[in-house]
Structures are given as C-alpha cells and as structure tokens.
Design a protein around this ligand. Structure first.
Ligand SMILES: [Zn+2]
Ligand SMILES: [Zn+2]
Length: 312
C-alpha cells in the first residue's frame, strides 16, 4: 500500500516536471521581415514534441495568414492559440486565421488561452471602448471557438506552460500610455493585468516566449524562476517593450537577465533595436546568441538561433 502511494507520487512529480525534448519557435509577425511582411505586431508558432500552439496573431488581419503561407507553415493543424494580452497588435489576426483555417479543419485555432482581465473594459477618455477583445469574444464563439481564461499558471501541453497574470514584484512599468481599465475593484491605471507569457521546460532550462512583456521581463523571469524551481533561463524570445527605455533601465534589465542565466535572446517586436544590442552587450551574448527578431527567424533547441539574412 505504501509502495503504491509512493509510486503515485513519483508519477505526479514526473508529470509536473515534463521536459520538452524537441522544440522550435518560428516568428510569424514582428517589425522586421526576412520572409513575408513586417508590421508593428507579434506572433510566433511554438512546436514542442510534435504539438503546436500559436502565440499571438499579429496586428493586421492578414499578416500571419500570409506570412505562414510564405513560410510553408500549415496553421490548419494547430488547434490552440495563446493571446498574451488584449492589445490589437497581438489579437488582430485571430478572427481571420480562425475563419480561414476552419475551412480546412473544423478544430483549427478553435481554443484560445487568455489571461484573466483580457475582457476588462478599457474606457477611452473621449468615450467608447478601447478593448477590441470585448466585441471579438462573441464573434469568435460564433465560429465554434472557445476562450479559456487563466488566473494562474497552467500547463497547456506537456512541458508548455502559461504563466497566467504575473506579480509585479519590480516596478518595471513596461507599457506605453496611460490608459484605464475597469477591474472588479474599480477603474484604475491600465497596467495590462492580463499580460502573460509562455514558458517551456526543457533539459537545457526554460524557454520563455513573451508577447509585449508588459508585466516586465524581470517580473516574468522572477515568476518563472519561482514556479519552475530555479532552473536557468535558456532563451527569451519575443517582445520585452524596452524600445523607449532609458539606458539605465536597459542595463538594470540586462543585469537581472544575466543573473537568470539567459543564454539566447531573440528580441522581437517592441524590444527595440538599440535596446536589443545594449542587452546583448551587457548580458555578454554574441551575434550568434542574441539577435533582432525577424519574420521567419526561429530558435530550435540544440541548434540555437536561425536569424535569417537581414538579422544575422
Ligand atoms: Zn501590448
Ligand atoms: Zn505589442
């Protein structure tokens, strides 16, 4: 009896510690394009041990659809989507992608994982609604799509996790503007409470995929560090919203990232080009291990970064 209980716990422990062996992430929307077209937005396809999830959907309705076609990536075989937060430059492609891929496979892109707060109203100063996700919810559901809201970390595929909303341990304030959000507790400054990232657990360490990183990349890595037992951060891929940050903030961020062991960095989207190179120098990364993200660039476990022509 005791032996059985011990075995059950071993099985549970192994289940919580699933390590992805084959992993690739390919960028499908960002400013710079090696293939297809660039835009102010973000999207990336994550492939982990043969399973796939689309992280964000770009800004313009057609960008990810067209770029995936140019890159010969078939999104009709991808069932799940993660939206990192409510901003239109990450959510603008969802409806087009769902409608187009549904023609090929009813289940394609039919399940979308979001962080709690993504449907909160964002009242605009001049009146009106600043959150397009509110109108998108019934439209997506009408296609047979389902939103799954997360208020904490969750494993959506074996070894592929959502952070859920991130504790703001450090005052990074990595967002633009001074919008308002209507939370259950009242109307407050919009800190993008719904912002979440994807964390993949691998033997080499954690691979963290951010959208805009509005929660702050240091806050995100701090949360991942606590959640996953202080494993080193093998790679950070995505936007970290430092394009307008002062040098001192970029240096502070770099020092923290270095302390988490960041070994690869694809700084896409709102990372900012100057900030990416400043991070690279200060963390001590190289031309091979830290690049500006481009459409078509990928990171593969065991191989590193394929930057493409223009960002190499
Ligand atoms: Zn954003
Ligand atoms: Zn963004």
């Amino acid at each position: 009896m005791k032996l059985t209980t011990a075995l059950v716990w071993i099985v549970i422990a192994q289940g919580q510690d699933h390590q992805v062996k084959q992993f690739k992430v390919t960028i499908l929307s960002t400013m710079l394009a090696d293939e297809g077209v660039g835009e102010w937005g973000f999207a990336a396809l994550v492939e982990a041990d043969g399973r796939k999830v689309l992280v964000d959907t770009g800004a313009r309705p057609e960008t990810v659809l067209d770029n995936a076609r140019d890159l010969k990536i078939d999104l009709s075989q991808v069932r799940s989507v993660v939206l990192t937060h409510f901003h239109g430059d990450h959510t603008g492609g969802l409806m087009t992608l769902r409608s187009e891929m549904k023609k090929r496979d009813e289940k394609a892109l039919s399940e979308t994982h979001v962080g709690k707060g993504i449907f909160y109203s964002r009242p605009l100063d001049g009146g009106g609604e600043g959150n397009s996700m509110i109108a998108m919810r019934p439209a997506y559901q009408a296609t047979g799509g389902k939103f799954v809201e997360h208020d904490r970390a969750a494993e959506i595929l074996p070894g592929v996790w959502l952070t859920g909303p991130i504790a703001r341990t450090f005052p990074e304030r990595n967002w633009s503007g001074s919008g308002k959000v209507r939370t259950p507790g009242g109307v407050v400054e919009d800190t993008v409470p719904d912002d979440q990232s994807v964390v993949v657990t691998a033997l080499e360490g954690l691979v963290v995929i951010t959208g805009c990183g509005h929660a702050g990349i240091v806050n995100i890595l701090t949360a991942a560090d606590a959640q996953f037992g202080h494993k080193p951060v093998h790679a950070v891929i995505g936007g970290v919203h430092l394009f307008a940050a002062k040098d001192e903030q970029v240096d502070w961020t770099a020092d923290k990232m270095k302390s988490f062991g960041v070994h690869y960095l694809i700084g896409a989207h709102c990372t900012g080009i100057e900030s990416l190179y400043r991070l690279r120098n200060r963390i001590g990364l190289s031309r091979k291990t830290a690049v500006v993200g481009a459409v078509g660039a990928d990171f593969t476990l065991g191989q590193g970064i394929h930057a493409g022509r223009v960002a190499q």
